[in-house]
Design a protein around this ligand. Structure first.
Ligand SMILES: *Cc1c(COP(=O)(O)O)cnc(C)c1O
Length: 434
């Protein structure tokens, strides 16, 4: 008897027993490797901008799985495209290609305004896209002057690029790096938005400069348009690649397809992931122009899963739904509204970001307590630093939903400020989840 005749169609719910949240968390700590700390809730279902936990409580999701669920949860169009692709052809390996892979590459190049000879490499996550970019940078090793090999890569303090060894080498944060040294060498970290420091460090020994247009993990800290433009000008002058990590800022998150489009520059390469698959895992490296696109040659990089029919169908469906629903316009409208209102909330000292990638500072180190209190009030938010809260909700968030959070926020901050003062430090920053 084949499996097809033995098993009836089913949902994953039939493969697990039913338990309450508390019991799941106990079983989690016994079975799942402890790199993420204790999960805040056990989630069982989502629809639009809401999720439900194992105890039946409903939450407004203002984090979107860390800037991933661009179209919210269980988007009907994306779900139907993924299911039908999986039922048609799920995986083929890169010995083969599929129509969705080719069409997605073409679509991304078109949205990025990438010229003749530009190409796309598909991976499964942000860190893998960055890893590919790192290898691309290493291949940019021939200097204009033969006497100077290009061995240096410049990145920024506060930057976050992922957890694999190459991406970690680009990431500045000591706590993430130190336990895993030695990391791939040659990376130097410069202060943010410091044009003089960039000018002083850049010469023909530099292979690449790697930047996030807005530093997400650092608490939504934008690079200035003049800094990005200067980085473009200076890298071009010395023949270094300008690589933009748009894993968090790309795919409509900032109200533009890609955040760097606000500065009018064209990078040499760009990494994408988080929002690209609308919740389905996929990453991409876009290389601009034929010269950069021929740095990595056959056999020099690869992946088994990357660019598979289901992931690329998910991304095509996501991009289509973002376009068809004028969702970027919504991200701009609701994002501007949120930022203008947040600026007037007592306890909020600074508001940053573009579109629906928003960071705001508090007048004390009680952001983790605010995350805990927000959960109690049924809102999911995030504290990338002890005094910063981040919102990266589905781009379909309505003004009414945003308003419900704005209405609840003053009391959330008040409670968090007081619980922090009472020495309740149980809450932690949730950055370890990224
Ligand atoms: C999240 C993130 C990454 C890493 O992506 P993963 O999918 O978690 O590997 C890399 N760069 C930036 C800017 C990110 O925000």
């Amino acid at each position: 008897m084949t499996e097809e005749t033995a098993l009836e169609p089913a949902s994953a719910a039939t493969l697990v027993d039913t338990a309450q949240g508390k019991e799941w968390l106990q079983r989690y700590s016994n079975a799942v490797l402890g790199v993420f700390g204790t999960p805040q809730r056990v989630l069982v279902r989502g629809a639009g901008c809401h999720v439900w936990d194992a105890d039946g409580k409903q939450y407004l999701d203002l984090l979107g799985g860390i800037a991933v669920n661009a179209l919210g949860h269980a988007h009907p169009f994306v779900t139907s495209v993924i299911s039908s692709q999986l039922a048609t052809l799920g995986h083929v390996s890169n010995f083969f290609t599929s129509p969705t892979q080719v069409a997605l590459a073409e679509k991304l190049l078109s949205l990025a305004g990438a010229g003749e000879g530009s190409k796309v490499f598909f991976a499964n996550s942000g860190t893998e896209a960055v890893e590919a970019a790192f290898k691309l940078a290493r291949r940019n090793n021939t200097s204009l002057q033969d006497s100077h090999p290009r061995t240096r890569i410049l990145a920024l303090e506060g930057g976050f690029h992922g957890r694999t060894m190459g991406a970690l080498a680009l990431t500045a944060k000591q706590a993430y790096r130190e336990p895993f040294e030695p990391l791939p060498g040659g990376v130097e970290h410069l202060p943010c938005n410091d044009i003089a420091a960039l000018e002083a460090a850049l010469d023909e020994s530099v292979a690449a400069v790697v930047l996030e247009p807005i530093q997400g993990e650092a608490g939504v800290r934008p690079l200035s348009i003049s800094y990005l433009q200067k980085a473009r000008e200076l890298t071009t002058k010395v023949g270094a690649l300008l690589i933009l990590d748009e894993v968090q800022t790309g795919v409509g998150r900032t109200g533009r397809w890609f955040a760097h489009q606000a500065s009018g520059i064209t990078p040499d390469a760009m990494t994408l992931a988080k929002g690209l698959g609308g919740g389905f895992p996929i990453g991409a490296l876009v290389t601009f122009g034929s010269e950069v696109s021929s740095l990595l040659t056959p056999g020099q990089h690869g992946t088994t899963f990357g660019g598979n029919p289901v992931a690329t169908a998910a991304a095509l469906a996501t991009l289509h739904a973002l376009e068809a629903g004028s969702v970027l316009q919504n991200a701009n409208d609701v994002g501007s509204y949120l930022r203008s209102k947040l600026a007037g909330v007592s306890g909020v000292s600074e508001v940053r970001g573009e579109g629906l990638l928003i960071g705001f500072d508090l007048d004390g180190d009680y952001a983790p307590d605010a995350v805990t209190e927000a959960l109690t009030q049924r809102f999911i938010i995030n504290a990338p630093t002890p005094h910063t809260l981040r919102l990266a909700p589905p781009l379909i968030l309505t003004r009414t939903q945003a308003q419900s959070f704005l209405d609840a926020l003053p009391a959330i901050l008040e409670t968090a400020r007081n619980s922090g003062a009472a020495g309740n430090n149980a809450a932690q920053t949730t950055e370890a989840s990224e």
